[in-house]
Design a protein around this ligand. Structure first.
Ligand code: ADP
Ligand code: PMV
Ligand code: MG
Length: 384
């Protein structure tokens, strides 16, 4: 039996980092997906194989070895989403090191620990081959870690005894009753990769659409505005876990100033929700709303700069888009990664082409993506 699950990446329109500290954020899914195919193998094959196509790494563990390493912790198999303890992460790291993880890619190892935790917790010790591939840039602020954890959890749960799916369904179908369980498991995976995730990324990847997220609670936002964003990837690598930890450290050093900044970010998220849910009665009203969103993006970016998560490459993009009177902000953890530029309806294709040419002359990569589409989906392969 083979199943493929796919889960979308996301953009954070307002509120990244603040959301880790209990303030509201607004995020939207984008139509770029991470896919995970899972094929159960016959019991006598005795291996779990993981093929990570995007980073060109393959792993193969014998079930005997996985049991040996994890047995002192008791069987990790669990019906309810459970956090991975630091001792278990150490054991999982030993399993990954044995496979000679290249030093140059060591920053990617936590994704493999997350795989091993989710796999053994949900499916136990069943032999299988798992193939992962993504349309998202990894570590660029578009939520690749969450899309990876959501797609992985969805594929594993689809073939587990914990959920009862109609496996005769044809084509892609959206998760319904089982989506909450997928989301909770994905959050446990995100914890292994991010350290202290807010849960906004896995929630928007699981459920899709535009959401407001605050203190673990998600509210769906029905946007009545045509939102167009140019996404520019600085191609400067960074790591969400380190950036989130730096912001927490700054908050410990300067609690009162940081609380004011984070509250100001929350006020921007609230304004975003009000504006995109409102109905513009005419073009004039629409462009006034677009202007307000642009201003809020500039203010949000300034506040993100003040908490230490901008980067020289991000500043170059801001200065470039400002020449075109277009507002931008980083999205995700910052420190490099991707920048959003609001493209109001009045901006012509010719202007956008010129801007893209200028941004790409710096070595950045520009693209657009559909905003607010479906969340995680599953498809069973009936030929195998
Ligand atoms: N397709 C993938 N294959 C392997 N690992 C992945 C994949 N997508 C995400 N990851 C894991 O997620 C990490 C990137 O997560 P993160 O730093 O949060 O950035 P972002 O979520 O913005 O892309 C990678 O280092 C890797 O561990
Ligand atoms: C910085 C943060 O708000 C978003 C991180 O997004 P990403 O991993 O950079 O795509 C962290 C979080 O909400 O868990
Ligand atoms: Mg991430």
């Amino acid at each position: 039996m083979e199943v493929t699950a796919r889960a979308p990446g996301k953009i954070i329109l307002a509120g990244e980092h603040a959301v880790v500290h209990g303030c509201a954020a607004v995020a939207s899914s984008i139509d770029l997906y991470t896919s995970v195919s899972l094929r159960l193998r016959s019991e006598d094959e005795d291996t779990i194989k993981l093929l990570l196509n995007d980073i060109g790494l393959d792993f193969s563990w014998s079930i005997r070895r996985i049991k040996e390493v994890l047995s002192h912790l008791g069987s990790p198999f669990s019906l309810t989403p459970t956090p991975c303890s630091p001792e278990t992460v150490t054991s999982l790291a030993a399993l990954v090191e044995e496979q000679r993880f290249p030093e140059s890619k060591i920053g990617l190892a936590s994704g493999v620990y997350a795989f091993l935790w989710l796999y053994t917790s949900i499916l136990g010790f069943k032999p299988a081959t798992v193939v992962v591939s993504s349309e998202l840039p990894l570590g660029a602020g578009l939520g690749s870690s969450a899309a990876y954890c959501v797609a992985l959890s969805a594929a594993l749960l689809a073939l587990s005894a914990s959920v009862d799916l109609d496996k005769s369904q044809k084509g892609w179908f959206t998760l319904k009753a089982e989506a909450e369980l997928v989301n909770k498991w994905a959050f446990e995976g995100e914890k292994i990769i991010h350290g202290r995730p807010s849960g906004v990324d896995n929630s928007v990847s699981t459920f899709g659409n535009v959401i407001k997220f605050k203190s673990g609670v998600m509210t769906r936002i029905d946007s009545n505005m045509p939102l167009r964003m140019l996404i520019t990837n600085t191609k400067v690598g960074r790591d969400t876990k380190a950036l989130v930890a730096n912001v927490s450290a700054r908050k410990s050093r300067h609690p009162s100033v940081m609380c004011s900044v984070l509250n100001a970010i929350e006020a921007i998220s609230d304004e975003w929700c009000t504006i995109i849910q409102s109905h513009a009665v005419d073009d004039l009203c629409l462009s006034a709303n677009e202007e307000k969103l642009g201003e809020f993006m500039e203010m949000n970016q300034g506040l993100l700069f003040s908490i230490g998560v901008s980067h020289a490459s991000i500043e170059t993009i801001l200065q470039t888009t400002m020449k075109y009177k277009l507002a931008s902000k980083l999205t995700g953890a910052g420190g490099g990664g991707c920048v959003l530029t609001l493209l109001p309806t009045h901006v012509s294709g010719a202007v956008i082409d010129k801007l893209v040419e200028e941004l790409e002359s710096f070595g950045f990569q520009c693209f657009t993506a559909g905003i607010g589409g479906k969340g995680a989906q599953i498809s069973f392969d009936h030929s195998s």
